[in-house]
Design a binder for this molecule. Structure first.
Ligand code: SER
Length: 315
């Protein structure tokens, strides 16, 4: 069957790479990039693009009617740090955007929906090490609250309407093709840019702040593997724990120093993102993803550091 795929939020950090990969697999014309902003050169010239605002129901409905998508990836969201600057907008976009897409998916017969969740669904009372799939969840950012509520809605639409919704709780995603969009884990990308530019970086997270992270290639591959898995193998309809590698700023700096020996890492105190990071897991137990759809990450800290430095140097 030929898939017709919409990627909503196509210009962001994930969308930029996901659209390219989906187009390789499904053909350029079958993957429609959708965003509220004009796309960058690659996406615009590689296949169809539509202006879509997920909060504008008429606009969204017209796009569903025009393409009758078999799959929709909904990536449009405000992340943890930007969300705190505008909590009501973050709630509106992250929540009503999802509900609008779920409703039109039912109305227009969309077969599968992908919606990303995050490690931000966990909070200060969740276990920090090897955080399990099911445990206390008390997120204290509007982003985390909206992602946890969204997970519950995804499971609800699956149970009540049989909608095939699939989701992953992404860790901090590390990539070089597009800049991150205002998250707490963004330091782990900025550090590479600054290391190459001026051999130094001031981290807004403290030396010992360990967080779950993942190289983008693993995240994109895992996402597509989840979407390709037979429906009866998907036991989690809220969102899957998903793990790559865990490290803190010092670990990352030591790895960067292997290639840039004079690299200096310093710290900026009292950044509001520290409190967010302190409430999140340090590592994740993703055994259910491993069991259900054979998830296996390929990039460790050494490999992702080399990839980041090599590609950023070239670009
Ligand atoms: N990278 C995201 C953030 O920091 C986590 O989902 O907001």
């Amino acid at each position: 069957m030929v898939e017709k795929i919409l990627v909503i939020g196509s210009n962001g950090q994930i969308g930029t790479e996901l659209v390219t990969e989906l187009r390789k697999i499904n053909g350029e014309s079958n993957v429609v990039a959708c965003d509220i902003r004009r796309p960058d050169y690659d996406i615009k010239n590689g296949g169809p693009f539509e202006f879509v605002n997920v909060l504008d129901k008429e606009n969204l409905k017209a796009i569903f009617a025009k393409y009758k998508p078999t799959q929709v990836y909904l990536l449009a969201a405000l992340l943890s740090a930007t969300g705190e600057q505008n909590p009501k907008l973050a709630w509106d976009l992250n929540m009503n955007g999802l509900l609008n897409v779920l409703d039109f998916a039912i109305d227009f017969g969309t077969k599968k929906i992908y919606w990303p969740s995050s490690i931000a669904v966990f909070g200060p009372n969740s276990p920090k090490q090897q955080t399990p799939q099911f445990c206390t969840m008390d997120p204290n950012t509007v982003y985390g609250i909206s992602k946890l509520a969204g997970e519950r809605w995804c499971e609800y639409y699956f149970q009540k309407y049989g909608l095939d919704v699939r989701s992953i709780r992404y860790p901090g995603l590390i990539s070089w093709k597009a800049m991150p969009g205002g998250g707490t884990t963004d330091y782990a990308i900025h550090i590479f840019h600054e290391a190459l530019k001026k051999s130094s970086y001031s981290s807004f997270l403290s030396a010992e702040t360990e967080l779950p992270m993942m190289y983008m290639d693993d995240a994109i591959r895992g996402t597509i593997e989840l979407m390709d898995a037979p429906a009866d193998q998907i036991s989690i309809r809220s969102s899957y724990n998903f793990s790559g590698v865990s490290f803190n700023p010092e670990d990352l700096a030591s790895e960067i120093k292997k290639y840039i020996p004079d690299f200096k890492l310093s710290y900026t105190a009292n950044d509001p993102r520290q409190k967010i990071a302190d409430s999140w897991p340090k590592s994740m137990d993703d055994s259910t993803a491993k069991k259900d759809w054979n998830w296996k990450p390929e990039f460790d800290l050494e490999k992702l550091t080399l990839e980041m430095l090599t590609n950023l140097k070239k670009s």
